[in-house]
Design a protein. Structure first.
Length: 261
């Protein structure tokens, strides 16, 4: 056996260990999210609480939902650094989560502004039902736009992105993670809007949206993944418009959980 083969095996084990760490962190984040949201209302329009509390919960949510999907990119980055240790890959993941944290602050602001300006007009039996269904339909249409296609391409083929934005050091890794998160945000923001329409505090809908994100990023058949996500969102929009009680696990505001899950 040449001296190259043990080095390759060691590098492969290191990347596997890194992916294992990220998946373990995601598992801890899921556990923490389930504990934090236990007993909370999981319907659309649920109060988000104080900003600081929401941002903390949101970042944990993003770790749970995004780390499994981004772990192949982080592993590729670790391979390209040709360094042992977790400092730079974890800095990359941290930069990634910081951008999603900022997106959570923006979402909180839009949500609070909407409640203050529109108030009772967003009640479920007023305009709330139509807003929720419209957001789901809009998220489905966004799946088919050129911007979604470009952003998803960056997420699915990160090698070119890493080469084009390469920066040395831990700080450079964090910056690259933040830039990659910006492309991911362009890819997935509509799915996050769909999560708000379904119930942002619902662990079940978190799991559904996380699964759609992961499928789009890692499934070999790109068009199948995108069209499948589009179909799911359109079916949910039609269900919210026509018969929200028929959607398994959907919590109608003020009406309890409709449809067994």
């Amino acid at each position: 056996m040449s001296t190259v083969e043990p080095a390759l095996l060691a590098a492969a084990r290191a990347r596997l260990g890194l992916v294992t760490v990220l998946v373990a962190l995601a598992a801890v984040a899921w556990w923490s999210t389930i504990r934090s949201m236990g007993g909370m209302a999981a319907s659309p329009g649920t109060e988000l609480g104080a900003l600081g509390w929401f941002v903390g919960v949101w970042i944990v949510m993003m770790a749970a939902m995004m780390l499994p999907a981004v772990s192949p990119t982080v592993a590729l980055y670790a391979r390209m650094t040709r360094e042992r240790g977790l400092a730079r890959p974890l800095a990359f993941a941290t930069g990634y989560l910081v951008v999603w944290g900022a997106a959570g602050v923006a979402a909180y602001g839009v949500f609070a502004l909407g409640r203050n300006v529109l108030g009772s007009d967003l009640a479920w039996h007023g305009g709330g039902r139509w807003l929720a269904g419209g957001l789901l339909a809009g998220a489905a249409l966004y799946e088919l736009t050129p911007l979604k296609d470009v952003c998803l391409g960056k997420c699915r083929s990160p090698f070119g992105f890493l080469l084009g934005t390469w920066r040395e050091g831990v700080r450079g890794g964090a910056g690259m993670g933040a830039k990659h998160a910006a492309w991911c945000l362009g890819c997935c923001w509509a799915l996050m809007v769909a999560l708000f329409a379904l119930g942002v505090m619902s662990v079940a809908w978190m799991a559904v949206v996380a699964a759609l994100i992961t499928v789009e990023k890692v499934m070999p058949w790109r068009r199948v993944a995108v069209w499948s996500t589009t179909a799911v969102l359109l079916l949910l929009a039609a269900g919210v418009f026509a018969a929200p009680g028929s959607i398994p696990g959907f919590v109608v505001p003020g009406g309890g959980m409709m449809g067994g899950m």
